[in-house]
Design a protein around this ligand. Structure first.
Ligand code: MCN
Ligand code: SMO
Length: 801
């Protein structure tokens, strides 16, 4: 049942409250970046590299400067001499930094890299003038793939990194060699994942405006404080002179947690133009030049005993990381994330991995929902199905034999991570039940008899969520702070304003934050406004990523709420002539326990807190009802889920139709079940898209062939099955309220689940699945299969500039 915000459930946390942001957003009254207007606003367009790899011999901007309506044109030589470049760091022994200039200086390393930028009176004139910028390129041999980048004699992309290797790391735990020596079954497979894009519906963009020496930017960033710090550092300004305002945002999905060269270039452009400037990425720019995700090769070996118990894993992982480290996550993010989570929710004693991030002439890999994890869940869950087949046991049974028993937590994985909580055997049982596994297996057998290719897939995963400073320092990340913060103020009329350090890109924080505050202050949701982050008023934090919102809400927001509650009770105690310990605060009223007549509306108490009564405030109390609290999430807390899907593959065309999808997830207690289910649905849609269609394809010249949403196939609601979602709540013992994150979960588990279902469907016709996305043409035997992954492009790109 959905409660309307006007009626108060027993507690707000846990109630299936409708999202308070939706009436505004669904009626088209949201204010996104492109809705913002400023007096004298100019519009920017970037001139981008046409080449995958080239020397830049010169950039001629004179013609563009003279074009109609043009206010400013910048190339690298017009940038202030001291302007910093983007050089994210990682404190790790085998990390080679890259320096990504704000506008290309002497070299470009991928198609789409920013070379110059124009500010003009409208976006069309900006683009037209951009075409008048002449860039003199000397094409160089490109580096199209990990194989090409590592080959002897490959062109070196950065002087700072030998052999194009940006990062390596390795780990070994337990008796890996012994386990492989005594194993009854050893499986080996190489899995691949293509490139994909977070493809938020609202592309990236930014407005920059100067007032004297102070810069304000509006951006749908996930990380306002990190963006502010990067702008301040690059421009040599104090952080107090840089303000980042986050308007309504139409999705980020990880892509908006990066600071990219355009962000810095815009600040300089507005300064030079002497007027505010807006830049909004086109879809083509977003697909071609914003961060990409996933592209990886993973070789995995699995050792198991005769009963199908996995004894050990060995993995070798190579990410095709693109041309530069993305700020602030670096190219270590994807391969290290994959390696760390590979053992999943299974009791596997021994594990060794080596990882590598390799520079190629493509946009940098960055964060995308399910980062790192989606790939390793795909690899391990595919191998478990292969193990089941080899031993002739049911795939569900193989998982049952390996899942961590609920009594074994805290459990140290063979990757060295401590999982805090979970009950995967129970989750598996519930998912099989919810997805009607037994019945669907019977139906599958009957359908196969009739020649239909029906398959059932499972995936189980555990997911690292809610990290704080310890998590990021352990990984060597220096630019991600860790803590979050919230300021809660009860206004003189008893309404509440809450400002948080972490923005929402669609996760519904205005609702879930308000639910937490409502419980702390005993007032209805309708009295609470959660204000979008603006670094001028929001306390410093880190940002929204790594599914840390729920953990942080319970930490920072509830703490600030409790501090205000304490002040409120102190003032009420003075007014009611009672001890604070004898007061009850609920349903917007403060009363004396056992004396129902002696009660005040919180508005009366709040008024007194700001306009002290004749008798004054209680001794020691100061006016006002406001508190700021900081919270460093203790995480990671390990959430998880079990997915079950059934699919049908068309034997003639290879087209895959997803017939059913069931998920049982565990993010601890739910703050808001409506929001959690919405998050699961959205994440599943992205995961299914990742499995079945989304693929950035490059040609031999390093040109992107899939630069529109006609070619880059994101899923639509019409192509998706109904989703059934169940919950198991094993509270985390390490987070406030026991919450664990879940915003990425569906995307972590869906590619593997769909891959297993498709593999199960096409097994009778001898097709195996080892690569994502799964292309229909690879499912039809006898067809010549297209090369799913790039061959290195041969050399200098012949086309003129
Ligand atoms: N929640 C809850 N109870 C829990 C756990 C979560 O009610 N036990 C709620 C939270 O309060 C929050 C939502 O579910 O409103 C997601 O919470 P959480 O898992 O903590 O994730 P974050 O809020 O930190 O959001 C980040 C996460 C990530 S990393 C990506 S990527 C992603 C995602 O959220 N990007 C999104 N979901 C997205 N959804 C939308 N619409 N747009 C994006 O860009
Ligand atoms: S990819 Mo999510 O922003 O961690």
């Amino acid at each position: 049942m959905i409660a309307s915000p006007a009626t108060r459930p027993a507690t707000w946390v846990g109630a299936a409250v409708k999202r308070v942001e939706d009436p505004r957003l669904l009626r088209g009254r949201g204010r996104y970046l492109d809705d913002l207007e400023l007096p004298g606003l100019l519009h920017a367009a970037f001139v981008r590299s046409l080449h995958a790899h080239a020397r830049v011999r010169g950039v001629e901007t004179a013609l563009a400067r003279r074009a109609s309506g043009v206010a400013a044109v910048l190339s690298a030589r017009d940038l202030p001499p001291g302007l910093g470049a983007l050089t994210p760091r990682l404190e790790a022994p085998e990390f080679a930094p890259t320096c990504w200039p704000v506008l290309a200086t002497d070299r470009v390393r991928f198609v789409g890299e920013p070379v110059a930028v124009v500010a003009a009176a409208d976006p069309y004139r900006a683009v037209d003038a951009g075409e008048l910028v002449h860039v003199d390129y000397e094409p160089l041999p490109g580096v199209a793939s990990v194989e090409a980048a590592l080959a002897a004699g490959a062109p070196a992309l950065h002087a700072s990194c030998e052999g194009n290797v940006l990062f390596t790391a390795r780990h070994a735990q337990g008796d890996v060699a012994g386990a492989f020596a005594r194993a009854a079954v050893v499986l080996r497979e190489t899995f691949r994942h293509g490139r994909c894009s977070a493809a938020p519906i609202e592309t990236r963009g930014l407005i920059a405006a100067w007032d004297g020496d102070a810069l304000t930017v509006w951006s749908g960033t996930q990380v306002p404080q990190i963006l502010r710090a990067a702008l301040a550092a690059a421009l040599g300004l104090g952080q107090h002179r840089v303000r980042v305002v986050v308007p309504d945002t139409g999705g980020g999905f990880g892509q908006k947690m990066h600071v990219l060269p355009e962000d810095l270039a815009m600040a300089v452009l507005a300064r030079v133009a002497g007027r505010p400037v807006k830049w909004l990425e086109t879809r083509r720019e977003n697909l071609a030049a914003a961060s990409h995700a996933r592209e990886q090769r993973m070789e995995v070996e699995l050792a198991a005993d005769a009963a199908g118990r996995v004894l050990a894993l060995r993995a070798s992982i190579a990410s095709d990381a693109g041309a530069y480290h993305a700020y602030p996550v670096t190219a270590a993010l994807e391969p290290l994330g994959s390696a760390g989570i590979l053992p999943g929710p299974y009791a596997i004693a021994a594990y060794a991995y080596e990882v590598m991030a390799v520079a190629t002439c493509k946009p940098p890999l960055g964060a995308y929902r399910g980062v790192g994890m989606a790939m390793s869940v795909f690899a391990l869950e595919r191998l478990l199905d292969c193990l089941a087949e080899r031993l002739g046991v049911d795939p569900a049974e193989v998982r049952r034999r390996n899942l961590i028993p609920p009594g074994a937590y805290p459990f140290e994985s063979a990757a060295g991570f401590v999982y805090d909580s979970g009950d995967f055997p129970e989750m598996l049982a519930r998912a099989l039940d919810l997805g009607a596994y037994e019945r669907r297996r019977r139906e599958q057998a009957a359908a196969r008899g009739a020649g239909r290719l029906i398959g059932i897939g499972l995936s189980c995963y555990t997911e690292s969520t809610g990290g704080g400073s310890r998590t990021y320092r352990r990984r060597g990340m220096t630019e991600v702070p860790g803590p979050e913060a919230a300021t809660v103020r009860m206004e003189p009329d008893g309404t509440v304003r809450c400002v948080v350090s972490f923005p929402s890109q669609g996760q519904g924080h205005a609702t879930t934050v308000a639910q937490v505050v409502a419980d702390a202050l005993g007032v209805a949701l309708s009295r609470i406004a959660v204000v979008a982050p603006d670094t001028a008023v929001a306390p410093p934090g880190s940002g929204t990523f790594a599914s840390r919102g729920a953990v942080v809400q319970a930490g920072a927001v509830a703490r600030a709420g409790d501090l205000v509650r304490q002040r409120l009770l102190d003032v009420a105690a003075a007014l009611l002539e009672a001890s604070p310990a004898d007061l009850v605060l609920a349903a917007g009223r403060v009363g004396v326990r056992g004396a129902p007549a002696r009660a005040l509306d919180v508005a009366e108490v709040a008024h007194a807190a700001y306009a002290p009564p004749a008798g004054g405030l209680p001794p020691g109390a100061t006016p006002g009802l406001e508190a700021t609290a900081y919270f460093d999430p203790p995480g990671p807390a390990y959430a998880g889920a079990v997915h079950m899907a059934s699919v049908e593959v068309d034997a003639e065309t290879g087209r895959v139709r997803v017939l059913s999808y069931a998920v049982v997830e565990d993010c601890g207690p739910l703050i808001n079940p409506v929001i959690v289910e919405g998050q699961v649905h959205g994440a599943l849609a992205q995961g299914i898209g990742e499995a079945l269609g989304e693929r950035l394809v490059y040609d031999e010249g390093g040109q992107l062939l899939t630069g529109t949403l006609m070619d880059y196939a994101i899923p639509t609601a019409a192509g998706l099955p109904p989703f059934e979602v169940g919950h198991l709540e094993t509270p985390s013992p390490i987070t406030p309220g026991g919450y664990k994150g879940m915003g990425e979960g569906g995307t972590v588990g869906a590619p593997a689940c769909i891959a297993n279902a498709v593999a199960d469907a096409v097994r009778p016709i001898g097709v195996s699945i080892t690569a994502l996305p799964i292309l229909s043409e690879t499912l039809v035997p006898g067809e010549r299969l297209p090369d799913q992954f790039l061959e290195p492009w041969p050399g200098a790109h012949a086309e003129g500039t």
